[in-house]
Design a protein around this ligand. Structure first.
Ligand code: SF4
Length: 322
C-alpha cells in the first residue's frame, strides 16, 4: 500500500513489548514495554533527534523505523509505503534507500578491508554499481568526508573518528532517502564528535530525512531542526529547539543539566511516570498527575507538543485570563 507524496517517515501509534522467559521453561514470562504509543514524522530535508536516557525507548523506535525490529502495534510508513509487516524479501530491494549508521563502528567494519574497499563493496553489492563506477564514487565520497588520504587504511590503523566516517561514507555513498544514526558519536571526544556530525549532516542527499539518536542535547540542539524527548517509551516533548524552549521538567533537565538532576530512581507506574521527580506538581493538578497519563498535546502558536498536566493548566489559565 502507498500514500500520496509526504514525509520520508511517518510513525503512527507505535508500541513495542519485549517478552523474556525465566531461567527455566516453566519460569513465568516477564514483559518490558519499551515503546508506548509513539507518533511522529520526518519531512524531506529534515534532521530529527530522538533523545533520552538509556532505556527511554529511543533506540528501539529507531530500529523499528528501519525494520530491524517489528512493532507489537502501530504503523511505519517510509516514503509513502507501508514498511512494518513486510517480509525481508519484500524489503530487500528498498533497503538501499533506508540506511542505518550503527553505534559500534569498529564492529561494523571488516578488519581485513581498507577504507576504500569498504565503500566500493557497499556500492557494488547494495547499490548495484559496476566496479569502475563504484571505485570512482567511493573515492569521491571518502574525499568529501576528509578521508581521501586514508583510502588504504585498515580499521585498526584508523582513529575512532575515522572509523565512524568510513561507516558514514558507506551509507552516504548510496544516496539514501533516510539515514537513521544510532549514537554515531558515542565514545568520541568533543572535537571528533563535531567532525562526525558535520560529515553526516553536511553530506546528506538534498531531500533525505535523518533521525539522530542521541543522549546529548547539545548535539540535538546544534544539528537538528526538531527534537523528540523520550521517557519510559513515550515522547514527552516535541520541540523546534531553534524557536522555543522545553516545558516538560524532564526535557528541561535534559537540555540544561545544570538546572537539576536527571532522575535515577524508579518511575511511577500510574499517572505521569515522572511524578516522583517532578518539581512542578502542585495542588491544582496533583490528583491528575497521580492518576492520569498526560497526552502529548500541541502548544498553541508554535510547532511544539508537550505531555504535562502543568502545561495544560498553564495554557488553560493563560487562555482564561486573556
Ligand atoms: S504531568 Fe504532573 S508530574 Fe508529570 S511532569 Fe507534568 S506536572 Fe510533573
Amino acid at each position: 500500500m502507498t500514500e500520496a507524496a509526504g514525509p520520508v517517515v511517518r510513525v503512527v501509534g507505535l508500541h513495542k513489548t519485549f517478552k523474556s522467559g525465566g531461567a527455566w521453561p516453566w519460569s513465568p514470562k516477564s514483559e518490558v514495554r519499551a515503546v508506548r504509543g509513539v507518533d511522529f514524522q520526518v519531512a524531506e530535508g529534515e534532521v530529527v533527534a530522538l533523545v533520552g536516557q538509556s532505556g527511554s525507548g529511543k533506540t528501539t523506535v529507531s530500529r523499528i523505523v528501519l525494520g530491524l525490529e517489528e512493532p507489537s502495534q502501530g504503523e511505519v510508513w517510509l516514503d509513502g509505503g507501508r514498511w512494518d509487516g513486510l517480509s525481508e524479501r519484500q524489503r530487500r530491494p528498498q533497503r538501499v534507500r533506508f540506511q542505518y549508521v550503527p553505534q559500534d563502528a569498529m564492529g561494523a567494519l571488516d578488519p581485513q578491508q581498507t577504507a576504500l574497499e569498504h565503500v566500493i563493496e557497499t556500492l557494488a553489492v547494495l547499490g548495484g554499481h559496476p566496479a569502475p563506477e563504484a571505485r570512482e564514487r567511493a573515492r569521491s565520497m571518502l574525499d568529501r568526508l576528509g578521508l581521501g588520504h586514508r583510502e588504504e587504511a585498515l580499521p585498526r590503523e584508523m582513529s575512532g573518528g575515522e572509523q565512524r566516517r568510513v561507516t558514514l561514507a558507506r551509507v552516504l555513498a548510496l544516496e539514501p532517502r533516510l539515514v537513521v544514526a544510532d549514537e554515531p558519536t558515542s565514545g568520541l571526544d568533543p572535537q571528533r564528535r563535531e567532525s562526525v556530525l558535520e560529515a553526516l549532516i553536511g553530506n546528506l542527499p538534498p531531500r533525505a530525512g535523518c533521525i539522530l539518536v542521541t543522549h546529548d542535547m547539545s548535539e540535538a540542539r546544534g544539528w537538528c531542526s526538531r527534537v523528540l524527548a523520550m521517557l519510559a517509551g513515550r515522547v514527552i516533548e516535541e520541540i523546534d529547539v531553534s524557536k522555543d524552549e522545553p516545558i516538560h521538567p524532564y526535557a528541561r533537565v535534559l537540555f540544561d543539566p545544570w538546572s537539576g538532576e536527571v532522575p535515577r530512581g524508579p518511575l511511577a507506574e500510574q499517572g505521569c511516570p515522572f511524578r516522583p521527580d517532578c518539581s512542578l506538581v502542585d495542588d491544582t493538578f496533583a490528583a491528575r498527575c497521580q492518576s492520569e497519563l498526560p497526552s502529548l498535546l500541541p502548544v498553541p502558536g508554535v510547532a511544539h507538543r508537550v505531555a504535562c498536566h502543568a502545561a495544560e493548566s498553564a495554557e488553560h489559565a493563560a487562555a482564561s485570563s486573556s
